[in-house]
Design a protein around this ligand. Structure first.
Ligand SMILES: Cc1cc2nc3c(=O)[nH]c(=O)nc-3n(C[C@H](O)[C@H](O)[C@H](O)COP(=O)(O)OP(=O)(O)OC[C@H]3O[C@@H](n4cnc5c(N)ncnc54)[C@H](O)[C@@H]3O)c2cc1C
Length: 288
């Protein structure tokens, strides 16, 4: 049996899991932190098969139960990183564990927006990064900061600690209950602006203080679709993962479906994407 990881238990991820589980060639695991778009939808009345409106939560619950009946396993946790193993399989790190897989479907919903901090957009690619594992190398021996306050921020800060001279976690006014390694400094003051000339050189805070840094890594909330894609080197454009007609990203064995690839952001389209991605993943798994 091949091992497949589906990131996201929304309509796209669940729909793909049904096809993959029924193929009998895949052992399917879905990981989800339960914070998708459908969970926020009060009532759905434009999706096939319901005589009365159904809440987003109930629709999700029904979908999960149907997948479980077919043998799909669920992990309720936040995925913090996705990388390669030495034998070119995929290694997922999540809060509470890690495991490796033969293929991955990213179905994590629409990308979250960057925090609205003055200068953040201006320094993208010039000191502002969204992926520690991709860019840590460029900041070896330098002072860097991570913006965020949760497990994803801790993961990014810990990755940077291996190469950077110093790492400071900036919660931007948020409280945090994560346990930071001693070497990571913590600043909870709100961020006013990022400054620099050609490249980022400092962060200014609401209280007028500032710190000098060469890089700021954005890791607010959970790892979103584009953060996860970037860690694998998969192409992303304008917050969307680029896929071909078989829903494959430009990295073998990585597929994406639903809101994270753009287009109509509706349940029906996410279900359709998931079905097509699932079928194409079965084809891929038969070839490897
Ligand atoms: C308020 C609201 C109302 C809506 N109303 C309608 C409507 O009436 N009709 C309609 O058709 N559509 C509606 N939509 C849109 C619809 O909900 C989405 O198009 C659809 O849910 C997209 O499905 P998806 O599977 O791509 O992503 P999502 O449903 O967003 O699911 C994403 C999944 O990824 C998981 N995830 C993300 N990041 C991580 C991580 N790092 N680790 C672990 N898990 C992660 C989430 O927990 C979630 O399970 C509405 C959306 C909203 C927000």
């Amino acid at each position: 049996m091949k091992k497949v990881l589906i990131i996201g238990s929304g309509p796209a991820g669940i729909s793909a899991s049904l096809y993959l589980a029924r193929s009998s060639i895949a052992d399917v695991t879905v990981i989800s932190n339960g914070k998708g778009a459908l969970a926020k939808a009060e009532m759905i009345e434009n999706y096939f098969g319901f005589a009365e409106p159904i809440s987003g939560k109930q629709l999700l619950e029904n979908g999960k139960k149907g997948a479980e009946r077919l043998g799909v396993k669920f992990i309720e946790a936040e995925l913090t990183s996705l990388g390669f193993t030495d034998d070119m399989r995929y290694e997922a790190e999540y809060v509470g564990g890690r495991d490796s897989f033969d293929a991955v479907l990213i179905a994590t919903g629409a990308a979250r927006k960057a925090p609205s901090i003055n200068g953040i957009k201006d320094f993208e690619g010039k000191g502002v990064s969204y992926c520690a594992v991709c860019d840590a190398f460029f900041y070896r021996g330098k002072d860097v900061a991570v913006i965020g306050s949760g497990d994803y921020a801790l993961h990014e800060a810990s990755t940077l600690l291996q190469t950077a001279s110093s790492v400071t976690l900036l919660t931007n006014g948020q409280e945090t209950n994560i346990e930071l390694p001693e070497k990571i400094k913590l600043i909870k003051t709100g961020i006013k602006a990022l400054h620099g000339s050609d490249r980022l050189s400092s962060v200014e805070f609401d209280d007028g203080s500032s710190i000098s840094v060469s890089g700021v890594f954005v890791a607010v909330g959970t790892a979103g679709s584009t953060d996860i894609a970037r860690k694998l080197g998969a192409a992303v454009d304008d917050g969307k993962i680029i896929v071909d007609e078989s829903f494959a990203a430009n990295v073998p064995g990585v597929f994406a479906a639903g809101d994270c690839i753009g287009g109509l952001m509706q349940v029906s389209k996410a279900v359709s994407d998931g079905a097509a991605a699932g079928i194409n993943m079965i084809r891929y798994l038969k070839q490897i």
